[in-house]
Design a protein around this ligand. Sequence first.
Ligand code: SAH
Length: 244
Amino acid sequence: MRRLQLISTLLLFSTSRNMAWRSSGSSNAELVENLRKNGVFSNQRAYDAMKAVDRGDFTSRDPYEDAPQRIGYNATISAPHMHAAALEYLQNHLVAGANALDVGSGSGYLTVCMAMMVGQTGTVVGIEHMSELVELSTKNIKKHHSEMIENGNVVMIDGDGRQGYAEKAPYNAIHVGAAAAGVPKALTDQLADGGRMMIPVEQEDGNQVFMQIDKINGKIHEKIVEHVIYVPLTSRDKQWSHHH
Ligand code: SAH
């Protein structure tokens, strides 16, 4: 039994192309520990945040597997290794007291991790265009982190994230959880000076890249950091038309 398990594990390692499963654990703590062991991230505050937020509150389906899971409405909770990577890239911008925006907040998981990093003097706005997911994510957050909503550290907004959320701009950190055809101008406009945005962008060949966008002295600096696969940043109708 044990040997059989070992063999199938090895097979998964050698055939898996995207490292899904590699860091899977049997608990939230084990999952996060494995992500660090495998070098997915190293920042202590990002690690502490993911350790403090139980992914099981945000998806009931195999929450501790290093893979995305469906959460309804053609949305997914992203894979833990992508959440870890996003927090790592944003580590110097998700500092105490920072103001951040999470576009396509979906399950609400990453919004809460970001809120952990900005602390009680910071704010994270999660914006999501499926009202049902705004409701579901709020319920998920309230399971163990209701104080974040009560104290205004987390604000969940029902709206089109391609427009950002001007009311609370500018943002020191912006995370976009869905792939856009291009970088929405509203989002670069709402980025604070010295701020950073991480956004998956679809290229002409259909491949997606994770882009790091820094605003330094008012100037935009773009850098491709890795290849990724995200659901599209689109309109509500295109994502979930009424015939469903
Ligand atoms: N970070 C989220 C990712 C969810 S998947 C998580 O890990 O749970 C991407 C999300 O983007 C989906 O919930 C989808 O509904 C949302 N989305 C897509 N286009 C959007 C838009 N224009 N405005 C707001 N949200 C959008």
